[in-house]
Design a protein around this ligand. Structure first.
Ligand code: DC
Length: 232
């Protein structure tokens, strides 16, 4: 059931590399909100499948794994979201390109989406949250008070993600990043279950020609306006 509490939430959707998580972290800090990165949940399911030698597209096998997945989302003292699988901190382990592809594949499975749904809704009830993902405004929090869809041209998104990965691995190649991203975009937007799309009542923010500071200012304006209209 959608509660009034969910109307205070901010839903942030968009494709990979649009700047969602970087911007969401910045605005969360600015406005004192909790940032919920829902992609991390799908990444954990992907990592669990990978570690159990289950093929990412084997829906029956991934579905069979779900009941045994012990997944926890916690916040450290600095307010940073940390992910735990079976009690082990996997916050960094879920950030590899291999896990990205696994996450995209398992996220197309209705059973996986259903498995993660209540956890996401509970976060919105518990906290003043800004939640980022692909279907937050359409499925997870259809009553979110503010919905923003962040996007940017594919080339710009690929380049941003390339710089991010290059900082961790000097052998990162732009062409590989662009190819993986376009495959993920295709998977995420063409799947039948909760595909990536802007909610009808979402505000569009195209960051193709905005730097980080400009994108942050644009997002802050939207949020300030939203909060000024909220009844306390
Ligand atoms: O945001 P991200 O790149 O960490 O997400 C990893 C994958 O999880 C992405 O390819 C699509 C999927 N995802 C999803 O289907 N729904 C969400 N709410 C968040 C992520």
């Amino acid at each position: 059931m959608v509660t009034k509490m969910e109307q205070k939430s901010i839903a942030l959707d968009g494709p990979a590399g649009a700047g969602k998580s970087t911007l969401a972290k910045m605005v969360a800090q600015h406005f004192g909100l909790i940032y919920v990165d829902t992609g991390a949940l799908y990444r954990c399911v992907g990592l669990y499948a990978l570690r159990n030698d289950v093929h990412a597209q084997d829906e029956a096998a991934v579905t069979r794994l779900l009941p045994e997945i012990n997944l926890e989302m916690k916040y450290d003292d600095a307010g940073v979201q940390r992910m735990f699988l079976g009690g082990q901190d996997v916050t960094d382990a879920i950030r590899t390109p291999e896990v990205s592809q696994y996450a995209s594949d398992v996220s197309a499975m209705p059973a996986v989406r259903a498995f993660l749904l209540s956890m996401q809704r509970e976060m919105a009830v518990k906290y003043d949250a800004i939640m980022d993902g692909r279907d937050i405004g359409t499925v997870v929090l259809p009553d979110a008070g503010l919905k923003i869809f962040i996007t940017a041209e594919p080339k710009k998104r690929a380049y941003r993600r390339y710089l991010e990965l290059l900082a961790k691995d000097p052998n990162t190649q732009l062409e590989d990043v662009a190819r993986e991203m376009s495959l993920r975009d295709k998977n995420d937007s063409e799947r039948a279950a909760a595909p990536l799309k802007a909610a009808g009542d979402a505000i569009l923010l195209d960051t193709s020609n905005l730097n980080l500071e400009e994108s942050f200012v644009a997002l802050c304006q939207m949020i300030s306006e939203f909060r000024s209209k909220q009844v306390t």
